[in-house]
Design a protein around this ligand. Sequence first.
Ligand code: ZN
Length: 412
Amino acid sequence: MDASGGPSARMPLAPVGEELSPAERTRFARHVILPGVGDRGQRRLRSARVLVVGAGGLGSPVLLYLAAAGVGRLTVVDDDVVEATNLQRQVLHGIADVGRAKVDSAVQALALLAPEVEVRPVSQRLVADNVLDLVADHDVVVDGADNFPTRYLVGDACARLGVPHVWGSVYQHDAQVSVWWSGVGPCYRCVFPSPPPPGAVPSCSTGGVLGASVGTIGSVMAEEVVKLLIGGGEPLVGRLLVHDAWRQEWSTLPVAANPDCVVCGAGADPRRPLGIGATESSQDGAEEASGDGAGTARPSLPSISVVDLATRLAARESGSDEFVLVDVREPGERDVVVIPGALAVPLGEVRARGGEALAEVAHGIPVLVHCKSGARSAEAVERLRAEGVDAVDVTGGVLAWVRDVDPTQPTY
Ligand SMILES: [Zn+2]
């Protein structure tokens, strides 16, 4: 308890528990001799229960370090399977794991490292109906999710239950880390009241990321978890740690609880649905979702399948069809894979210039628009149609093209 009588960020979250065995004393000797951890700290780690959301780029170092540290129970939530593009940064998984559920791969890797740690796999998508029960059973929650809907769901659930929430975010060379903890400091919602507008923040899958950067940030997150569990050091509560990997610079910004926060403020409605509401959306979540995920469904837009696109491209080749195919992705994405014959006009240009962006190529002929999986192309088609352009959405984007038309091409 601090001077005000409320909870303090330096109160240990896990109980001390039984004596360490001789084998445990040996195994964790570098913790036992470390000032601030010691025998009691190690016993607290063994009693601790940590929920890790996401067994991906951030979840990999977090899970590896927490298991190696002797944390008693780790619950891992992830409903994805391992893909080849994950291996550049998700060091928990190996090449032989491609196609397996990430939680299964995680359980196996962690059992090799630390068989005494209880690892509970949860192969479900977190939703408003299950998030509170999962969070409630843990001392600390770690958010390594790759999409905004999950992040807001986890943040809101932790804030409502007063559970500390170790959070990290990496995009290209820039990263942020903090510990959200309503009642002690700000919650995620206090500082980020709503998700960014659709398309404002590309995801790892559209913007790229250095593999080592998620290792750096995940390691910081694991440090914060250990400090919280044993009540050591100065947790990142009320501070946002900002890292620029390209300049190799770190800085810290103070962040404060928002008295008007819709989740943890004085006037917050405890019945408010958790997570992102129907009026909020995010391209990140939409692009990450496979197929016609929430946010990508725009049934009123005219669309064409990739198979029909292939037929029309062949017809255009022979002069019996006329249209323009536009790719609204970023240049780096085009370096990975393209649909042959597509012209590059990034979404930002369509937003800035509207139909003008296509003035030189489309003179009253249809414009077929594609992106990676459909979210950005749908926005571009809406914008162009609003200006009277005969724009048509290519359903499923280049990922559908590779899946259904040319499986020899890479994906990302
Ligand atoms: Zn709040």
